[in-house]
Design a protein around this ligand. Sequence first.
Ligand code: SAH
Length: 360
Amino acid sequence: MSKTILFDLTAAELERFVTDMGQPRFRAKQIAEWMGRGAPDFSVMKNIPEKLRNDLDVVAQTLPVRVVRKLSSTDGQTVKFLLELNDGEKIECVLMRTSYGNSVCVSSQAGCAMGCKFCASTLLGLKRNLTINEIFSQILVAQWELRSDKLSDKPIRPNGDANNDDVSHIVVMGTGEPLQNTENVIGFIERANHDMGIGWRRITVSTCGIVPGIDRLIEWGRPINLAISLHAPNDELRKKIMPIANKYSIAEIMDAAWRFTDTHNRQLMIEYILLGDADGNLLNATPECANELVEIVRGKNCMVNLIPWNAVAERDFTSPSGNAVHRFQDILIKNGVHTRIRRERGTDIGSACGQLRISG
Ligand code: SAH
């Protein structure tokens, strides 16, 4: 018999669950509090009698995810979690301690259907969408990592500057295409804002450019950040590396993206991986591409994140030299485009952008 996932129960259902075990109702509140802090199991719930903790462990589990592996980068600032879902699917999330706060990169799907040629997450295709609770639990896993050793009465107040022990930023940039699971991603963000006090402006959703999904975010109306994974300055080249380009043109995607940022007066993030082909020839990183990119963003409020490609063994690309990257960036800068080269975190644990994958 599979265990009941207590995190998936409503408050009333949880109460019923504990009273059915012959326990007083206040136990439900205690358990809920522990789960809200990310408690991975009952053994840590020190205000609950040991006998009850053991009984609970036989019939129930806390979160709908279970940490099966945890990898820390050598500098200790980045931690990658491999999580198992109840149907055996595995996902990953990453905690990044940064100068501006604690950021968590969450997955929105198990696997991915997008088929981008440079990415590891899509190699095995899409398994399924994640539920709101499965996405939210990734934040709780990170929260537990930050706090478990110093559990105190201090309320969780994740506004970045107040204390260093809370998740303050979220990027929906892990495995999967968030705008193929839009309603659950929206539900998750609403919850992260409501339950953990994480501000809209500290939350970023990254998409390869699903236009109806961007329209849905506009309709939803929360002033979160939007990132577009562009990776090519024209449709012809984009189609070669991103199958989604056959469905939506760059013009359509950018039109939707600018409408989003105009609504909220936000800066658009553009993700642009710099790629060379198998022989080392520049693919989307030529000076011509840089000039085409300038035309797309000219006069707009945006930040172009240049991302050196993280090697994926199964993929036939190369990373351009530092010189080529800087030449590309210089063209953007000369034309007044805000740009930065993304500092990669967690490359040594396979958790850099697009590398999230299960390697055993
Ligand atoms: N599907 C969404 C979010 C997940 S991918 C999206 O496309 O935005 C998160 C980011 O990592 C995207 O910008 C993606 O293009 C990038 N990425 C994928 N593989 C990469 C790799 N090997 N090296 C660097 N970035 C990569």
